[in-house]
Write a new protein. Structure first.
Length: 535
């Protein structure tokens, strides 16, 4: 091993070695190199067609979930466009066919193109890319195991763990017959009948994708409504301060035990972090829309067994129901990818979910080791991993210590129609408020639906602090919700008041203008009160 970089009396091969070239890892590597650091990153060999790590093809795996998923979302959205187009005068006389293989091929080509761009960005920044599985050997040493088994060893002044997360499977008999989102992105055939277990982001998004493409979809989940209010796992300093689901969360114990301990949750709030949950009201809207679009919802139902039968996979539910499907998707959460990194040998601390515990600067308990993205199980979204990578580079190589800011991070569930939110949910606002909360809601038939005849209301909601008039949270379920919410997020980030929303001139005619024209308060809720619904 050569040691070239100088650090006191020690020389290192690199200033920074990043394990994992996903969203967070690529950002940390590239930005650190732009600050003048000598950087290397290692990534598992990747097969862009299967989206799985099978080796042989090579290349970085920087686009694992979001982009291929969104391409399928676009693909599925055309079916309702065709339906809606009829009352706009389009006469579709011939049968419209959907070619799954063509979409899959085009999606793969796009992923290959994007991977090429990311690779070029890295090499243009001077980052050395290694292909192989990385693991820690010491606080300043990384080993890369290549496809043929040969091992490379490098020293680095700093190491970033950015290995992401992997899908979890519930331990039920026949679980190996089910697929996860990894395979769902690249199935050889479009399934005729799919059973999905779970009701988080992935379950709800894939239910919409497959339904849009013409499959029969059954969605099974444990609680009353899809999606969760709030769930997370928060480390502050080096201590885990809160873990689990907050106040009446719908899903019960998941990967982490439920600890709805107010003192812990409030210490988390005091430190300025905020994780957005989904209001019960908006979850009910999503359930209603999924059902209206033809997805069979099975609330309060779990799967107990899968067996291979002629014609597919038989699933048995805890109500004794039996369904045969050709594909069963487990969308039951993801766990941090820490098992094969040899972290114990170095003493990097993990929490009870296997996530790397970090402080507000993404620093682990080992001075030379940092961790960003899903592997820390903070807020598992691509833009958050990017933010954490950027802050790491600024802190360590830019001479500007910078904490990621988790306040008002917007997010979207790309079901059809999509749900998008920013800031606090009504439930969270009530938990935090000192005084009253004013809730403004609007439920309307979007203009496009009036002609197309589609019976599907767009729902919008603003949660406002009664004392300061600050808008604390916004939600929307309806066409273009994510596109609209990004702009609303800027408003919340700037601390906009309801009066400022009201004084903003709308764009007419648009659905978005409703956010600046909701004048009549729907309800006032006292601090510690109960959220309600009028929808
Ligand atoms: C199906 C799906 C859809 C999603 N859709 C969205 C979305 O629409 N919007 C959104 O914001 N988020 C979405 N997410 C979440 C998002 O993908 C993650 O939050 C984000 O990718 C986290 O970035 P990361 O860098 O931590 O991990 P990743 O992007 O997963 O990158 C980790 C990388 O580390 C590599 N790796 C693992 N172990 C090793 C090792 N030992 N050595 C070398 N390399 C290793 C992996 O191969 C991988 O490339 C989605 C996730 C999934 C699964
Ligand atoms: N649009 C987006 O931004 C987007 C899209 C996809 C994924 N993601 C990220 O990826 C993460 C993982 O997605 P996900 O949908 O797998 O997880 P999730 O945590 O959002 O949902 C998991 C679902 O599985 C259920 N579940 C868990 N264990 C179960 C069990 N043993 N039996 C039955 N049901 C069980 C839960 O109750 C929940 O409904 C998300 O939390 C999110 O951070 C984001």
């Amino acid at each position: 091993m050569s040691k070239q970089m100088e650090d006191g009396n020690t020389h290192y091969d690199f200033d920074l070695f990043v394990i994992g070239a996903g969203s967070g890892g690529v950002r940390a590597a590239r930005f650190s190199a732009n600050y003048g650091a000598k950087v290397a990153v290692c990534e598992l060999p990747f097969h862009p067609i299967s989206s799985e790590v099978i080796g042989g093809v090579g290349g970085t795996c920087v686009i694992r979930g979001c982009v291929p998923k969104k391409i399928l979302v676009y693909g599925a959205s055309f079916s309702s466009e065709f339906e809606d187009a009829r009352n706009y005068g389009w006469e579709v006389n011939e049968k419209v066919n959907f070619n799954w293989k063509k979409l899959l091929q085009n999606k793969t080509n796009e992923i290959i193109r994007l991977n090429g761009i990311y690779k070029r960005l890295l090499s243009n920044a001077g980052v050395k890319l290694f292909e192989g599985e990385g693991r820690l050997v010491g606080p300043n040493e990384v080993e890369v195991v290549q496809l043929d088994g040969t091992k490379l060893s490098y020293s680095a002044r700093n190491i970033v763990i950015a290995t992401g997360s992997r899908a979890q499977r519930p331990a039920i008999p026949g679980q190996e017959l089910a697929i996860t989102s990894d395979e769902a992105l690249s199935l050889d055939e479009l399934p005729k009948h799919v059973v999905i277990l779970g009701a988080g982001y992935i379950a709800v998004e894939f239910a919409s994708i497959w339904k849009g493409m013409g499959s029969n979809v059954d969605l099974f989940f444990r609680k009353e409504l899809p999606l969760r209010i709030w769930c997370g796992n928060f480390s502050v300093g080096r201590e885990l301060v809160a873990s689990g689901c907050l106040g009446g969360a719908n899903e019960g114990p998941m990967l982490v035990p439920v600890v709805p301990h107010k003192a812990q949750v409030f210490s988390f709030w005091r430190l300025g972090l905020a994780v957005r949950g989904f209001d019960d009201e908006m979850r009910a809207v999503v359930a209603r829309n999924l059902e209206a679009r033809g997805i069979n919802l099975h609330p309060r139902t779990n799967l107990t067994e899968l067996t291979k039968v002629e014609g597919g996979i038989k699933v048995v539910t805890d109500h004794g129901e039996e369904i045969v499907a050709d594909v069963v998707l487990f969308a039951t959460g993801r766990a941090p990818n820490t098992k094969r990194l040899n972290l114990e040998a170095v003493g990097v601390k993990l929490d009870n979910t296997g996530a790397v515990i970090v402080d507000e600067y993404s620093h682990t308990n080992i001075p030379t080791i940092w961790a960003i993205g899903d592997v820390t199980n903070r807020m598992n979204l691509t833009p958050v991993a990017l933010m954490e990578g950027t802050c790491f580079a600024k802190t360590v190589f830019g001479g500007e210590p910078t904490k990621p800011d988790y306040l008002n991070v917007p997010c979207a569930v790309f079901c059809n129609p999509p749900l998008s939110v920013v800031g606090l949910s009504e439930e969270q606002a009530i938990e935090q408020a000192k005084g009253d909360i004013s809730v403004f809601t609007s439920s309307f038939n979007p203009m496009k639906n009036t002609i197309s005849g589609r019976q599907e209301k767009t729902v919008m909601k603003l949660v406002v602090d009664g004392e300061t008039d600050k808008v604390l949270g916004a939600s929307m379920c309806g066409p273009d919700a994510p596109e609209i919410m990004q702009g609303i997020a800027v408003g919340l980030k700037c601390g906009a008041t309801k009066a400022q929303f009201d004084s903003t001139v709308g764009i007419h005619p648009s659905a978005a203008e409703e956010f600046v024209t909701m004048r009549t308060v729907t309800r006032r809720v006292h601090a510690g009160g109960k959220p309600k619904t009028n929808l």
